[in-house]
Write a protein that binds this ligand. Structure first.
Ligand SMILES: CC(C)(COP(=O)(O)OP(=O)(O)OC[C@H]1O[C@@H](n2cnc3c(N)ncnc32)[C@H](O)[C@@H]1OP(=O)(O)O)[C@@H](O)C(=O)NCCC(=O)NCCS
Length: 252
């Protein structure tokens, strides 16, 4: 069966009524094969938090285990992620059986998809452990401008990779960024993930520089990261929240 990115009403806040994007999502990927339709949505049913934590962890296990959290067990890692995720900052890909097959976590000034709260870190790692992890997170996350939307992480479940779902999620991010008046979307990609970097280039991201960590991050599977950014042409004045004097805010 030909692949079809199927947009239900629940996705209207991601896509608005932008038929061009809907067209791109449906037409652009028909060359790929996928056994199921995909629904791109911002609404993650509460009971799917476990699945979201599992999918996210599967994509970032090495970084999470080797650098960010250094959990004792997989269960602890999943517990921390589940407790730290703000699902209103994500966009999700569900198959027609309602299973989560991918997600993208977003951040903007002051908010993020994954935010580690002091209380949780203290509970899990004690005072020194909590301070250390907060420090690492502080250096890992770049300071954002008000007009920048950040992709904290995008991950597709292993069996569903390479079929256009990641690209569809990223298009949904661009559409949301444009509609909400952001001037650019930024992300970081580790030097050992050239496949993902190639995809970002293809979707219009440009390299903005490298940050070297050397031995500090070797356990996490990389030695430097690329910072990348995709800029949008200015939105017409009447459309931009900034032009109306409204604060830029992530709406869900
Ligand atoms: C990277 C990722 C999100 C891309 O989503 P996707 O649905 O697989 O990608 P699409 O089918 O839309 O696009 C295909 C492109 O993605 C990239 N890609 C494909 N499989 C990939 C994989 N396993 N890991 C990394 N990138 C991959 C390639 O550039 C590919 O293009 P190519 O066929 O010309 O080589 C997804 O593969 C993934 O979750 N990988 C593991 C986690 C990860 O690396 N996340 C990104 C962190 S910055």
């Amino acid at each position: 069966m030909n692949k079809l990115i199927f947009l239900k009403n629940t996705a209207s806040d991601v896509m608005g009524n932008n038929n061009k994007v809907k067209e791109a999502l449906t037409v652009g990927y028909t060359r790929n094969k996928l056994e199921t339709d995909i629904n791109i949505t911002t609404k993650l049913p509460g009971e799917m938090m476990n699945q979201a934590a599992e999918v996210y962890y599967s994509g970032f296990k090495q970084k999470f285990d080797g650098l960010l959290m250094i959990p004792r067990t997989r269960e602890q890692a999943l517990h921390i992620l589940k407790e730290s995720m703000d699902c209103s900052m994500g966009i999700y890909a569900l198959d027609d059986g309602g299973n989560l097959v991918g997600l993208v976590g977003l951040g903007c000034k002051g908010r993020g998809f994954v935010k580690y709260r002091w209380r949780l870190l203290l509970q899990e790692f004690g005072l020194l452990g909590a301070i250390l992890r907060k420090l690492i997170k502080f250096f890992e996350a770049p300071a954002l401008r008000k007009d920048q939307l950040r992709i904290e992480g995008v991950v597709i479940s292993e069996g569903a990779q390479g079929q256009g779902i990641g690209s569809a999620l990223l298009h949904a991010v661009f559409e949301r960024a444009r509609r909400q008046g952001y001037k650019s979307v930024c992300l970081e990609v580790i030097n050992t993930n050239p496949d993902a970097r190639r995809l970002y280039h293809r979707l219009g991201f440009k390299d903005k520089g490298r940050v070297y960590f050397g031995l500090l991050t070797r356990q996490a599977g990389f030695t430097f990261i690329w910072r990348m950014e995709k800029n949008f042409s200015p939105t017409p004045k009447t459309m931009s929240p900034q032009s109306k004097g409204l604060p830029l805010k992530f709406q869900t």
